[in-house]
Design a protein around this ligand. Structure first.
Ligand code: AGV
Ligand code: CA
Length: 315
């Protein structure tokens, strides 16, 4: 039995690799994809998504897949250097060999596409969000009954660690970026009754991009899918001597593959809330006034890298 899944991402290298991997997962039926203008420029990110589906989505069944573009705007913009990555992926020769794009652009903006695809599903839909939660918050505002047809939300975001990954003036550094980009949207989703699987920095900090994993992909580049992953991760800085603000982790890829392999991670329940404004905006905090979420806080890193590399090899 396949799980119907809707994927909203924000066009980073690991968002786009996540799309590629989702298309290889046998227990997933992807029913929709949308892209938000957060950690990317949305035009190349939509284009790269359509090309990835063209090139690597042949195994996917269940009707025609489209890509919707978001018109949502956030509160705290991502650094431009990070947003540029979508242009590089979109330009990769392996995605441009055919010279044309078949996967269509959806008729509606992302939040409306989400409403229409989730409402049309005869089974409750699993949501995967690897960027800010803005489109989901807007969808819930427009169609609160949507909640009844959502099985669960997997979200890359948040942390209870003292150090988040936001290093911006006017912020105290406690937030994770996807929560910080639109803290009010995260708080809105927290108000819903949707079951949340929060893939926090606690676990993603354990899966940095390293020279070792790059070398393993290089060694197996005869597999087209692994070559694609290697090319994508050539665009972003690995962890070498110590972590910096730009060090890359496999944040979204971890969030994606646990849908197929929950045994790779350990999680616990936490009662928590999202701080919507002020110097800690976007911070997730444990408080008795909050609501329960499942926090993914540990991962078998070696098994994770082996599994995602195997998935890529089978493309
Ligand atoms: O906070 C992690 C989220 C993930 O969804 N993104 C990147 C992943 O797609 C924002 C981000 C934090 N640090 C970054 C990020 C960095 N050093 N480079 C690019 N994006
Ligand atoms: Ca992302």
């Amino acid at each position: 039995m396949k799980t119907p899944l809707y994927f909203n991402h924000d066009g980073g290298v690991d968002d786009l690799v996540s799309l590629f991997l989702l298309l290889q997962m046998e227990n997933v039926e992807l029913i929709g994809v949308s892209v938000i203008d957060a950690d990317c420029y949305v035009e190349p990110a939509v284009s790269a998504s359509r090309k990835i589906i063209d090139r690597f989505g042949a195994k996917r069944s269940g009707g025609r897949l489209e890509v919707a573009r978001s018109n949502s705007r956030g509160k705290n913009p991502f650094p431009k250097e990070w947003r540029m990555h979508a242009f590089y992926v979109d330009a990769l020769p392996i995605l441009n060999e055919s010279g044309h794009v078949e996967t269509p652009l959806a008729a509606f903006p992302a939040h409306k596409d989400l409403i229409s695809k989730v409402s049309a599903s005869d089974k409750p839909v699993t949501l995967l969000f690897t960027g800010p939660l803005t489109d989901l918050a807007r969808a819930l505002d427009e169609a609160p009954e949507l909640e009844n047809n959502i099985a669960k939300l997997y979200w890359m975001g948040g942390t209870f660690l003292p150090d988040g990954n936001v290093a911006e003036p006017e912020h105290d550094g406690t937030a994770e970026w996807n929560a910080f980009w639109d803290p009010e949207a995260a708080a809105r989703v927290w108000e819903s009754g949707i079951e949340i699987e929060m893939v926090a920095l606690e676990s993603t900090n354990k899966v940095p991009l390293t020279l070792d994993v790059r070398a393993q992909w290089a060694h197996k580049r005869r597999f087209e899918g692994i070559d694609f992953v290697g090319q994508c991760y050539a665009m972003v800085p690995p962890l070498v001597h110590f972590a910096t603000n730009s060090t890359y982790y496999l944040w979204d890829v971890l969030t994606t593959v646990i849908i197929g392999r929950p045994g790779l991670v350990r999680s616990r329940s936490a009662i928590c809330a999202v701080i919507p404004d002020g110097p800690s905006q976007g911070r997730t905090v444990e408080t008795p006034d909050g609501r329960p979420v499942n926090v993914v806080e540990d991962v078998d890193a070696e098994a994770f890298f082996a599994y995602m590399t195997d998935l890529a090899a089978a493309a």
